[in-house]
Design a protein around this ligand. Sequence first.
Ligand SMILES: Nc1nc2c(c(=O)[nH]1)N[C@H]1C(S)=C(S)[C@@H](COP(=O)(O)O)O[C@H]1N2
Ligand SMILES: [Mo]
Length: 315
Amino acid sequence: MPPYRPARIAGSEITPESSYFGRRDLLRLGAAGAVALATPGLALAATDLAAKPGGYGTDEQLTPEADVTGINNFYEFGTGKSDPAEKSGDFKPTPWTVKVDGMVAKPKTFDLDQLTALGLEERVYRMRCVEAWSMVIPWIGFPLAALLDRVEPLGSAKYVAFETVVRPEEMPGQRGLFQPLPWPYVEGLRLDEARHPLTLLAMGLYGKTLPNQNGAPIRLVTPWKYGFKGIKSIVRISLTETEPPSTWNKLAPSEYGFYANVNPEVDHPRWSQATENRIGGGGFFGSNDRPTLMFNGYGEEVASLYAGMDLKANF
Ligand SMILES: Nc1nc2c(c(=O)[nH]1)N[C@H]1C(S)=C(S)[C@@H](COP(=O)(O)O)O[C@H]1N2
Ligand SMILES: [Mo]
């Protein structure tokens, strides 16, 4: 599959090859990258990356890898921002399978080799957490649409439901007296959102296999939505006729919508969404010195998905 370069994305939004290759040098994606990618059981070949440079992206300064992999939300490992990095050492992302079922003509369980074979490419996306911080992350993954094509959704399918693994023995946030969320963590998209070319299933970042704390071995990325839609460590994807549950939406519907599109004009009941703190961009938590963009800056690509909908009602 060729890198996604839709004509409607402004040239300035696409990572120029010169800066991409400069970035590759900077990130030591040569020999070191090849070694990192040779993780047993995960067929992320260096050649896949070499063959598909650039892809869709932004020229904004990348958030340093240490922050992308050190400041996380992954409550299965604890609610602290450093818990996922510090407490995910026992998690085993290989072997792994993702079951794709529901309203499809050809339900199928995919292993990691079958998933990587769907065509990996790099995408540099902004990520805006509902907590008003943001990052710029170079993901490696494939469009969710490529997976959906394989299972042939039925005409009656309208939504896609996602489920995270439940493994208390490997995930300390899932055992003990205080459990912050009901498990499994679940999320959902409308089928047209799921098929949108921006929607990615990520299996790597910074040229390497996805670290446990970022949702190994496979997680969702929808860059125009708040970060909590990006469900991690997915084991099941089901096509449904009705709107599937979303963990945060079910927990606090007045604070977190099903759509959860980034919208600077709709404040969270307890804080403003008009500005954000860009991690690694010179700011610090709470500085919130950067204006938040409608649809996180991806409006040209996705606004038509919501034509006729009251965006304030579907925050
Ligand atoms: N299963 C699961 N997925 C999850 C979460 C979680 O707690 N559990 N946190 C979400 C939130 S709130 C955000 S902001 C992103 C963070 O992704 P990152 O840690 O890779 O930056 O993951 C999302 N996916
Ligand atoms: Mo988040």
